[in-house]
Design a protein around this ligand. Structure first.
Ligand SMILES: Cc1cc2nc3c(=O)[nH]c(=O)nc-3n(C[C@H](O)[C@H](O)[C@H](O)COP(=O)(O)O)c2cc1C
Length: 127
């Protein structure tokens, strides 16, 4: 199921799809958002991996405390705005944001989950 299907929006309904996409910009109604920036170090690959690991731990911690979270790459399109508002140096690159808070389980789409591939498709074991 796509997130549009979860929201009850037909694929051809461009207006509603646009409105749904714009929900990214109000953090899907979440009261908090963490914006993840990283310093430019070398080719940035290792630093990005470090921040990714930090982010995964953050998401798991939120879940463990009963909160919901939405990683949002789209917020990175507004990195300049975020840097300006938060006085963050241009040398720090934004990876993505995470909106979070207690989930409104009555909200349409709040139970949307991305289908994950089975572990044997994503991991190769060499034994
Ligand atoms: C790194 C990352 C970036 C994402 N960026 C966006 C985004 O910009 N906008 C969006 O609507 N969903 C985005 N998603 C998907 C949602 O955050 C979330 O994964 C989805 O609602 C399903 O939740 P689930 O991962 O618990 O299945 C992203 C997911 C990940 C892991």
């Amino acid at each position: 199921m796509t997130n549009y299907q979860a929201l009850g929006i037909a694929r051809e309904d461009r207006d509603q799809r646009r409105i749904a996409t714009l929900r990214n910009l109000d953090f899907f109604g979440a009261p908090h958002a963490a914006l993840l920036f990283m310093p430019e170090v070398g080719d940035c690959v290792r630093t990005a991996a470090d921040v990714g690991m930090w982010a995964q731990t953050f998401l798991l911690s939120l879940t463990a405390h009963g909160l919901g979270s939405i990683p949002q790459t789209m917020l990175g399109f507004y990195a300049d705005t975020a840097r300006e508002a938060l006085k963050i140096d241009a040398s720090h690159k934004m990876l993505f944001g995470v909106s979070f808070g207690y989930v409104d389980k009555t909200a349409v789409g709040s139970d949307y989950r991305i289908e994950k591939v089975p572990i044997d498709e994503s991991v190769t074991l060499h034994v």
